[in-house]
Design a protein around this ligand. Structure first.
Ligand SMILES: NC(=O)c1ccc[n+]([C@@H]2O[C@H](COP(=O)([O-])OP(=O)(O)OC[C@H]3O[C@@H](n4cnc5c(N)ncnc54)[C@H](O)[C@@H]3O)[C@@H](O)[C@H]2O)c1
Length: 357
């Protein structure tokens, strides 16, 4: 690892900093800190090449290394003393995590504990650690029946095979960590919840500020077009761009909160620069909820593609509805989402056209 002069306490360390969210926050962090160091192994499922991504701000020093290896941390912390850490590095394939649980656990769980152990071992405790958790930790979330909240748990295979998509006589509720308990429904989700719990317990014992945000479905320019396991909005754009009709799973009425990367970046930067500490993770979304049929229709219209079609197919482990109540994030961070779906899809579409044409 080359020597550098990133000492002092005005250093921000970003794990997974060369990825989608890491690149999007890199400019604002480089404006706010004297030194920004990204540690990222340029995972081949995410990065088409091992070249430094153009989208990563030129002022950021990139260290290519694996967060799950103790040696990475010993080498890094021998020359860097971060004031604030933004922990983004993760394996993010929700469906994939059910068949590759060791891989997901190694990076997400062991990667987090290796980092925390190294801070303790070297005595270089950061002031604050920001963690981007996921709406996946809620699983199907909480539903309401006769005025009462209940947790229906995962939908059974027999329910899905019969085309019974929703829970009987009940309605879903917005995700708000102060009201809705986590109920992970995938290995990925379990590892994200483990990250939250490990960080909270460790930070409390070491006097470090934890700052946890739970992100809904992030999309936008810069999202890997290489990774087949993430990014439904960019997948829909590519299908429509080919002139094909977008296939809609279940009955097309699956609800999601698609939040543009610009709004996620401003939330993560606000969480990084804030001095506030909050008890429950803050939920970050677009402030609106869409059915996938609506999102697909907006995308098809943009590309002049045929209307989307419902296939009735389903994927075991997909949750039916997910959207955030962003009221606490607005209040604590003084942040607001600014882009609606149409504006976001225009930005994503223009970027995809530029990449693929
Ligand atoms: N994008 C979303 O919709 C979304 C939603 C909720 C939560 N999140 C969380 O936000 C974080 C960032 O997600 P993203 O969308 O930028 O994903 P991404 O895949 O674009 O970025 C993750 C980065 O981590 C790196 N990485 C993976 N394994 C590593 C390892 N062992 N060592 C070092 N680096 C490693 C990858 O190379 C990549 O650059 C993740 O923790 C993810 O769980 C993302």
């Amino acid at each position: 690892m080359p020597a550098d002069n990133t000492r002092g306490n005005n250093t921000c360390l970003v794990t997974g900093g060369a990825g989608f969210i890491g690149s999007a926050i890199s400019g604002a962090l480089a404006d706010a800190f004297d030194n920004v160091v990204a540690v990222d192994n340029l995972h081949p499922q995410v990065h088409a090449t091992t070249d430094r991504p153009d989208s990563l701000d030129g002022r950021v020093r990139l260290v290519v290394a694996d967060v799950a290896e103790a040696q990475t941390w010993d080498e890094l912390l021998s020359e860097v003393a971060p004031d604030v850490v933004v922990h983004l590095a993760a394996e993010t394939g929700t469906g994939q995590s059910l068949s590759e649980s060791t891989r997901h656990s190694r990076v997400n769980v062991v990667g987090t504990t290796q980092m925390l152990d190294a801070f303790h071992r070297t005595g270089k405790l950061p002031r604050r650690i920001v963690l981007t958790s996921s709406r996946a930790v809620y699983g199907e979330g909480a539903w309401r029946r006769d005025g009462e909240l209940f947790y229906p748990g995962p939908r059974s295979r027999s329910m899905l095979e019969r085309g019974v998509w929703d829970f009987h006589d009940s309605s879903p509720t917005a995700m708000d960590a102060s009201l809705v308990e986590p109920r992970p429904a995938s290995v990925y989700a379990a590892t994200k919840l483990a990250q939250e719990q490990l960080l909270t317990l460790w930070a409390d014992a070491h006097g470090v500020q934890p700052a946890i945000v739970r992100l809904q479905n992030v999309y936008g320019p810069g999202q890997s077009l290489n990774n087949p396991y993430t990014g439904i909005v960019s997948l829909f754009c590519r299908i429509a761009k080919r002139g094909d009709s977008i296939p809609l799973y279940e009955d097309g009425e699956v609800r999601r909160d698609f939040v543009l990367i610009d709004d996620v970046a401003s939330a993560v930067v606000a969480a990084t620069l804030s001095d506030e500490v909050w008890e429950h993770p803050l939920d970050i979304g677009s402030g609106e909820v869409q059915t996938i049929a609506t999102a697909a229709a907006v995308i098809a219209e943009r590309y002049g593609a045929p209307e989307p079609h419902v296939t009735g197919q389903f994927r075991h482990g997909d949750v039916r509805h997910a959207w955030a109540d962003v009221a606490r994030a607005r209040q604590v961070l003084g942040w607001s989402p600014r882009y609606d779906l149409r504006a976001g899809i225009d930005r994503l579409g223009a970027w995809i056209d530029e990449q693929l044409d």
